[in-house]
Design a protein around this ligand. Sequence first.
Ligand SMILES: NC(=O)c1ccc[n+]([C@@H]2O[C@H](COP(=O)([O-])OP(=O)(O)OC[C@H]3O[C@@H](n4cnc5c(N)ncnc54)[C@H](O)[C@@H]3O)[C@@H](O)[C@H]2O)c1
Ligand SMILES: O=C(O)C(=O)C[C@@H](O)[C@H](O)[C@H](O)COP(=O)(O)O
Ligand SMILES: [Zn+2]
Length: 376
Amino acid sequence: MSTATGILKTVPVDLGDRAYDIQIGVGIMAQMGTLVGPILKQKHAIIITDENVAKLHLAAAEKSLANAGIKSDAIILPAGEATKSFANFEKLTNQLLELGAERKDTLLALGGGVIGDITGFAAAVLRRGMDFIQVPTSLLAQVDSSVGGKTGINTPFGKNLVGAFHQPKMVVIDLQVLDTLPARELQAGYAEVVKYGLIDDPDFFSWLEENGARLRTGDREAQAYAVAKSCEAKARIVAEDEYEAGKRALLNLGHTFGHALEAECGYDGTLLHGEGVAIGMAMALDTSVRMGLAPKDDLTRYLAHLKSVNMMATASQIGKSLDVDTLLAHMSQDKKVDAGEIVFILGPIGGAATHKGVDLDIIKAVIEDSIDGRGL
Ligand SMILES: NC(=O)c1ccc[n+]([C@@H]2O[C@H](COP(=O)([O-])OP(=O)(O)OC[C@H]3O[C@@H](n4cnc5c(N)ncnc54)[C@H](O)[C@@H]3O)[C@@H](O)[C@H]2O)c1
Ligand SMILES: O=C(O)C(=O)C[C@@H](O)[C@H](O)[C@H](O)COP(=O)(O)O
Ligand SMILES: [Zn+2]
């Protein structure tokens, strides 16, 4: 793939009458208005963004829309996971109604996964459904959250427990905006990239072992390859199982553990989503090894890779006192719970599968060892 400016790759998400394209490029924020113009029901978009992204990228997005003859308004939310709350959702929908948002207007999520998830949910329910477009600006949002139509907010019981499946009409990914993303956020997003290798693409995992560090140094060619590979993987799985009746659950690898850690850390920035996923995937691999579903060497390789890119691998590294039973209580709220049983995604590198009936004593031991930083 070339690293010139402009669109580098278009990844289709084949969902019948809900199909859409993911446009991946460099410097394409300037083209965003022309790209989205033809799919708008009327030439009015409401940009929803956060305070950090607004300072850096809102003007460019507004200019791009204006140049394409699209009227826009903007709503700026606070940054961070705490924004995905009922209180902020109420504020957001009130602000949209105050602006007179019409059903044929389009919401445009300009930001990370937090903005994408809350904007998508507003689009799903406001006036019983509006169109929305994803313009993801964090690595995590570019490789994962902007694609696939999972939208929602957190509740005190856990992550994303109130939401809807609502597909965007387009995803516009400008790799250039990653240049302003803080290093910790880039690293957290990287966990979701590694996830695709662990799920069903051992060659991609090997590529990441060789090249993963290049993503952190802003290497455009590596970014383009990894973002496109991730979007292709996500588009393939979502097209196969839009509503998570089966295969899509694999995208939840590490999340049952990770979401419990996030909930316990209180959505205050102590633990970012991607950081929880990285630790959760270590717990999932450790569980797999203990159950004979993966060779010990796979866990060793994964942990070595996390270390090589300076990422946390154990709950002990979070620096917060954690309790195994409280974490298990959070896990029992997971959306994959089936007839009272927690469903886990387990297996070797590149061979993830869903597992029911997992011995909770093994899970407890894995979590306790991670909390104590033992054995990993
Ligand atoms: N819907 C899905 O399929 C899905 C998938 C994965 C994660 N998620 C959700 O996504 C959220 C995490 O997303 P995230 O990691 O993007 O978090 P985020 O939205 O909080 O963004 C991370 C931080 O980076 C800042 N930021 C974003 N882009 C920037 C840029 N280009 N320059 C400078 N700063 C920038 C934001 O202001 C924020 O402070 C979680 O709520 C998670 O549950 C959803
Ligand atoms: O798109 C999916 O499906 C995923 O599971 C992607 C995850 O990375 C993402 O964090 C998702 O929001 C988790 O889903 P949830 O249903 O467990 O909330
Ligand atoms: Zn995730």
